[in-house]
Design a binder for this molecule. Structure first.
Ligand code: NAP
Length: 339
């Protein structure tokens, strides 16, 4: 048996960001690695996820996930290889998905690890299209928005991990029209040319409402909101009667330091009988088997495309996270530790 490493690097939050995160708010530290105790496994992480929700966990506020503790390793989704096991369910060499990312080596309680199969999909896919963002898209569209064939669907953040899947899933299930918004000309082109959206626009080119009206002249029935603010207000204006919004994220305000004004047209909810409902992916784990079966089928048949933006090296974890908030990713942002 090869000797276990004695130390490994992990990212710590050392100060709570005010507004945009700064490099000084984080530290990459060398920490001891020890033999796992009974019921635990030691995992060499191969990929970890950086996600927008992590920005919320850097604030010291009560939320649906606890804040990161200062001077402690941050956590989040990761996949890796078991290098030591003190649990009968796992053997050295198994690949697992777990929640202790942002570090090279993870000492994971076995009950919080799930085996994943590298022969079915690249391991990084379990952090994206076949993982949490994929399930968010699937549950948010089909369960929360009650999508039905013939609906016209608008999705913001459409070139990202969740948004790119929402638009394609809607098309696959018979949407009459799918419209996406994203933050660059290149991403907009990608939406129509690669993902098959019917129309797309760059929200940085001008106000959202007129661009959406032009892209959806017959209105929209479903809005999948990853962004909030001006996008939500524009969607409310474009909604047809009985429109439904899945409120998934509000990334436009995650780094705001002052209260954000809400949409000014909330009264439309009444006349149009709109439904706006939040989604939390954790509420929809019962959908997991159906989601994996259907989505892996679409991937195999080539009907569903996905992208990953891979940043190499744990030392670039902070840059990957801030890059995600700035829109440097297309599809899922991943940090790979394939040494
Ligand atoms: P993502 O879309 O892959 O990455 C974030 C994207 O947000 C960036 O690429 C950037 O793309 C866009 N963005 C950044 N600032 C923006 C702004 N001011 N206005 C408009 N777009 C902006 O991230 P994701 O993982 O798929 O997450 C998407 C959203 O879903 C996030 O809001 C996240 O918090 C939420 N989410 C919620 C759940 C849940 O359970 N509720 C689960 C997963 C994700 P551009 O270049 O297009 O600006």
């Amino acid at each position: 048996m090869t000797a276990l490493p004695t130390t490994g690097r992990s990212w710590h939050l050392v100060a709570r960001p005010h507004g945009w995160p700064k490099a000084e708010d984080f530290a990459l530290r060398e920490v001891p690695v020890t033999e796992p105790a009974e019921g635990r496994i030691l995992v060499r992480n191969l990929h970890f996820s950086v996600d927008p929700y992590m920005r919320g966990r850097m604030n010291d506020v009560k939320s649906y996930t606890p804040p990161y503790k200062l001077d402690q390793p941050m956590d989040g989704g990761a996949v890796g290889e078991v290098i030591a096991s003190h649990d009968e369910r796992f053997a050295v060499g198994d690949h697992v998905l777990h929640g202790l990312g942002w570090r090279e080596y993870a000492d994971v309680p076995a009950q919080y690890a799930t085996k994943v199969d590298a022969s079915l999909a690249p391991l990084s896919a379990y952090l994206g299209v076949l993982g949490m963002p994929g399930l968010t898209a699937y549950a948010g569209l089909f369960e929360v928005a009650s999508f039905k064939e013939g609906d016209a669907v608008f999705v913001s953040g459409a070139a990202g991990a969740v948004g790119s899947l929402v638009g394609q899933m809607a098309k696959l299930k018979g949407a009459s029209r799918v419209i996406g918004s994203a933050g660059s000309a290149e991403k907009v082109k990608h939406l129509t040319e690669k993902y098959g959206f019917d129309a797309a626009f760059n929200y940085k080119d001008g106000p959202v409402a007129p661009q959406l009206r032009e892209a959806a002249p017959d209105g929209i029935d479903v809005y999948f909101d990853n962004v909030g603010g001006e996008h939500l207000e524009a969607a409310m204006s474009s909604f047809n009667v009985h429109g439904r919004a899945t409120i998934c994220g509000m990334i436009a305000q995650y780094n705001n330091t002052e209260a954000t004004p809400g949409p000014s047209n909330m009264a439309l909810i009444i006349g149009k009988r709109l439904r706006l409902q939040g989604v939390l992916v954790g509420d929809h784990v019962a959908l997991q088997p159906q989601f994996v079966e259907e989505v892996s089928g679409w991937i195999r048949s080539g009907e569903l495309k996905y992208d990953e933006t891979v940043v190499e090296g744990i030392e670039n974890g902070y840059d990957a996270f801030v890059g995600l908030l700035r829109g440097e990713n297309t599809g899922k942002m991943i940090v790979s530790l394939n040494r």
